[in-house]
Design a protein around this ligand. Structure first.
Ligand code: DX5
Ligand code: ZN
Length: 220
């Protein structure tokens, strides 16, 4: 997809959780397109964040789509809960235990009336999504090993983005390609050029002096 179709989805992970409502309001006013919510179970990744009650609370403070990234071993058990909490996009990992039945998992998200995403870790081949393109709206390319905000972008993510963008074009598939981890003002151009359509940015936006300026630059 070409320029002008980029969405910016600030991640809340590095924010001060005591003030998340205020942060989401600020990001909404600053021009964010989606709010990226990282849900972690301390098993799939070595960190814990928040669950569906937080999504429910954040739903009340913004009209923006809530982009919920589930880093859980058993996301299948929580799809209904997150759908009910007001998530708009629900993304699950191929590497999760429920990823054994990925097609069933993403179908259950669609059946809840939500957009379905599949996330792939840095070492996972993009062909992991080859036979679910029909069933999904989004592929999330992890450009760090998930678990923490503020990590360094892994450059091999660029050829993975290109690979997925080419495959989507071959299939004539309208697909969001979301990139998550270490996106910043120094590397966003190469990420967009590779074919990304949604840029997640935690540290680069949330910890900036002027989040609105960073969002505007990333979206270009
Ligand atoms: C990593 C999370 C990311 C991350 C993004 O586990 O999924 O959303 O927090 O934050 P930055 O942009 O700081 O890498
Ligand atoms: Zn994320």
């Amino acid at each position: 997809m070409g320029k002008g179709m980029i969405k910016v989805a600030p991640s809340l992970l590095t924010a001060d959780f005591a003030y998340l409502g205020d942060t989401v309001k600020t990001l909404t006013e600053a021009g964010a397109d989606w709010i990226h919510c990282d849900v972690m179970d301390n098993v799939f990744v070595p960190n814990m964040s928040f669950g569906q009650s937080m999504i429910q609370s954040l739903r009340r403070v913004t009209h923006l789509p809530l982009d919920v990234h589930l880093m859980l071993v058993h996301p299948d058990k929580y799809i209904g809960a997150f759908a009910d909490s007001g998530a708009d996009v629900i993304t699950v990992h191929t590497e999760s235990h429920s990823g054994i039945h990925l097609q069933r998992l993403v179908t259950s998200i669609k059946q809840c009336g939500k957009q379905a995403g599949v996330a792939i870790n840095p070492a996972t081949h993009p062909d992991a999504v080859e036979f679910v393109y029909e069933d999904i709206d989004l592929v999330l390319v992890m450009s760090v090993n998930p678990g923490y905000g503020g990590q360094k972008f892994l450059p091999q993510a660029l050829r993975k983005i290109e690979y997925i963008a080419n495959r989507a074009a071959q299939l004539g598939k309208a697909l969001e390609i979301e990139v998550d981890g270490g996106v910043n003002l120094a590397n966003y151009k190469s990420i967009r050029d590779a074919g990304a359509t949604v840029l997640v940015a935690g540290h680069a936006v949330v910890d900036a002096d002027d989040p609105a300026a960073v969002i505007a630059t990333l979206r270009g």
